[in-house]
Design a protein around this ligand. Structure first.
Ligand code: FES
Length: 154
């Protein structure tokens, strides 16, 4: 009886302690500006995210997504302009293709590809940005820590 209570206490503690770390690669013209709007609109979202600004989602080398995952991130969010709205015409289409291939590779490595999200969020969608971060943090809390960062750590 006592040990079952102790087990429950440990589980509850573990759940409350784990806070996923997210790296976000955001396009300057849409999602980064949307994130900025979320901030200036004082919308609340979890502070688990660290943002890296790119000029376009098409400028993201998938190696940096892998690097983030292998070096401690529990998830990676890639944000770009909606299809047809990329300021460099087709960067977001290239990003979409690269992320699809990256997810195939992650799956073949035995990695949960749902830790990498690609979302289209425009400069006027501060609410969508805040909701996306909230949704991703909730999903990653449920998944637990990224298992590969320990396995692949040097
Ligand atoms: S400029 Fe935003 S995705 Fe290309």
């Amino acid at each position: 009886m006592v040990s079952s209570l102790q087990t429950n206490e440990v589980t509850a503690t573990d759940t409350t302690v784990f806070e996923p770390r997210l790296i976000a690669f955001l396009c300057n013209w849409c999602t980064y500006t949307g994130a900025d709007l979320a901030g200036t609109s004082r919308l609340q979202y979890p502070p688990n995210i660290r943002v890296i600004r790119l000029m376009c989602s098409g400028a993201l080398d998938p190696v940096y997504v892998l690097k983030a995952l292998l070096e401690g991130a529990d998830g990676v969010l890639i944000g770009g302009c909606h299809p047809g709205d990329c300021h460099y015409v087709s960067g977001n289409y290239k990003a979409r293709r690269r992320v699809a291939i990256l997810k195939e590779i992650l799956t073949q490595m035995g990695f949960d590809e749902d830790r990498v999200w690609l979302r289209w969020i425009s400069a006027s969608e501060g609410r969508l940005f805040a909701d996306t971060v909230e949704e991703m943090v909730t999903a990653l809390r449920a998944k637990g820590p990224n298992p590969l960062k320990g396995v692949w750590a040097i």
